[in-house]
Design a protein around this ligand. Structure first.
Ligand SMILES: O=C1O[C@H](COP(=O)(O)O)[C@@H](O)[C@H](O)[C@H]1O
Length: 231
């Protein structure tokens, strides 16, 4: 089920979202001794990452990975791994365990198996998956009309990650597949600004997943999804 939480300011949104994340991670650590979170890149999560990094948690028991990355060097300005290093794995959170996607393979397709093997270290189901959404309706790097989109959405592929070549954004990508995203206890969708609200409304009005892959997450019945929106 999808629920949208709306806030009168982004500061209030961040406070509440961080509370949700911390509660889920604390609960997992209490029950299983470890917790896991997969996070988006892009610009939306940056202020939330900083607040999250300041929280008092046994971060050495928290495993962090990405929901997607661009196939660029990890020091590149467009690398989601670089973003997480700079904005999340700081302050108290620098003690967390991080597993990124990028490896030395020439393409994300050639690198799938290596990353998939590395990701086996992470406790699953993920306790929290933080998604974003692009203006084109993509989420993670599941991009509209991309040639490989059906592999990313295939609930029976047995794959955690697949390569993707977006038609609507730069860089080849590697993305968690839909079944990997849905192998989670909580999915939080972070949305900032009027235009993302309009994109969300359009997504909720239709069913063509190829046109707007975010619909695959909004329409599924396996995991509850909470949207966090502020103008
Ligand atoms: O390319 C990407 O875009 C989405 C949305 O990013 P935003 O900058 O509009 O917040 C992001 O969720 C994804 O992780 C990223 O690789």
């Amino acid at each position: 089920m999808f629920t949208l939480n709306q806030y009168s300011s982004s500061a209030l949104l961040i406070d509440d979202m961080v509370k949700h994340i911390v509660t889920a991670l604390e609960q997992a650590i209490e029950q299983r001794g470890r917790a896991s979170i997969a996070v988006s890149g892009g610009s939306s999560p940056i202020p939330m990452f900083k607040k999250l990094s300041e929280q008092s948690l046994p971060w050495n028991k928290v495993y962090i990975t990405l929901v997607d990355d661009r196939w660029v060097d990890t020091t590149h300005a467009d690398s989601n791994e670089n973003l997480v290093m700079k904005h999340l794995l700081i302050n108290k959170a620098k003690l967390a365990n991080f597993i990124g996607f990028k490896n030395n393979a020439p393409t994300p397709f050639a690198g799938e198996q290596y990353t998939q093997d590395k990701l086996r270290e992470i406790p699953v189901p993920f306790d929290v998956v933080i998604l974003g959404m692009g203006e084109d309706g993509h989420t993670a790097s599941l991009f509209p009309h991309a040639e490989n989109l059906h592999h990313g959405l295939d609930m029976h592929s047995g794959k955690l990650v697949v390569g993707m070549v977006p038609l609507t954004a730069p860089h080849e990508r590697m993305t968690l597949t839909l079944p990997a995203i849905l192998n989670s206890h909580h999915i939080y969708l972070l949305l900032n600004g009027k235009s993302k609200k309009q994109v969300l409304e359009k997504a909720l009005q239709g069913h063509d997943v190829d046109e707007m892959p975010i619909r695959a997450v909004l329409e599924q019945k396996k995991v509850d999804v909470i949207g966090f929106w502020a103008e």
